[in-house]
Each structure stands twice: as structure tokens, then as C-alpha cells.
Design a binder for this molecule. Sequence first.
Ligand code: C5P
Length: 232
Amino acid sequence: MTEAANDKLIVALDFARYDDARHLVDDLSDSVSFYKVGLELLFHDGLALASEIKNDGKRVFLDMKFLDIGNTVEKAVASVAELGFDFLTIHGTDTKTMIAAVKGRGNAPLKLLAVTVLTSLDQADLADQGIVMTPQELVLKRARLAREAGIDGVIASGQEAAAIRAATGNNFLIVTPGIRLPGGDAGDQTRITTPEDALRAGANHLVVGRPITAASDPRRAAQTVLEHIARA
Ligand code: C5P
């Protein structure tokens, strides 16, 4: 598989136990070079595994989705920035949180990604929160605010990637979860896209969890996703 395809795939290590996550990383070995450690694994040696992955020369995305008062976010991001990982998420719901995160990151190489609207939410979920915008309008508004705040990129669905790319230009990362192969089980995701559609719409990286982690043969599933990426 080409290095370019490999660089675009981020496998989400959504396991509650270190051993299960470690087993998957070993199984995928040289085919995957970028992993996401999120809230599910964090409390069971997730950070230890993240460090092991980094020490193996691979990249790590810490999906912590910080959202708090500015002082707390700034200090939490500063603390993460010392660890030497590659990507970190914060919520992109307000400018204060994002400015605090940028300040906390300082000159560290850590890239900050703002979660625009979770890919599990649709129009009705936004209406429940009293939001009258469509998911796409809200994603775009938050992407613009993130860029103005100095954030490096956003997490958004592939369905919104083209509009974000048009609004924010080429020097802004778009990372898309909610990726499914044609006919794949959506699970709790609503705004899903195929790898080809997300990449053609301008996504830089794809986050793939269950299509690989829940497959009977994860290594083969990762190869299939990489083939779809290479085709795009
Ligand atoms: O299993 P699946 O491929 O749906 O996993 C998607 C991953 O991306 C999960 O780890 C989820 O937490 C994360 N994510 C998401 N939507 C966002 C931000 C992160 O699905 N907006």
C-alpha cells in the first residue's frame, strides 16, 4: 500500500482494555501508522499504549474533546502538549475554549482539531439543543471560528468536507470520522460517507473505528479501507 494512503488512515482504538487495543495494533503492524486513542481506552492504560505507539515511530491522535472554562482548557492542553503526541481534539462550540487551547499549546508541534458537530447528530438533535441551523451551516460556522482562533483543523463529516475546504482554504486540516464502506453498518453514526467521497470532498485524514475494529479479520479490513483510500 502506498505511503500516501497509509498516512490518511487513522484507526480508532475504541477498546475498554489495553490488551485488546495492543492486540489490534500488533495485528495491523506495518499496514497502519496512525492511531486514535479516545475516552474509552484512556482510563485503562490508554496513555501508556499511546506512548508505546509513538515510540514505535507511529503517530497518535488523542481524542479528548476538551470543553471547559478557558483557564482549565489552556492548562490541560499545555499538559498534553508536553507529551509529544500529534493531534488533540477540543470542542469547537465556542471561541473562548479554542483561543485558550491555542494558548496552551504554545509552540509545541501538537495539532489542535476542533470538533464541529458530532457525526452522530442530525438536524433533530440540533433542534433539541435549541439550534435552528442545519448541521452543515453549524459545521461551517464553527470551522470558520476555529480557523480565526488559530486552530489547525476540524473534525467533521465527509458530507461537509467540500464546504469546509471552500471556506477555509488548503492550509486547514479536515479529519473525518463516520467513514463506512458501501453497504457497511452505520451503527450510531448518522452523517456517514465512504472513504472515496470524504477524500474527494477534501478530507486530509479518515478516522475509522468499527469497520476495522469489529471486523472478523481487522488486518484484511484495514487493507480494504486502504485500497479504497488509494482509489480516491
Ligand atoms: O466506529 P466508528 O468508525 O464510528 O468510530 C468513529 C470514531 O470517531 C469514534 O472513536 C468517535 O469517538 C470518533 N468521532 C466521531 N465523531 C466526531 C468526533 C469523533 O465519530 N465528531
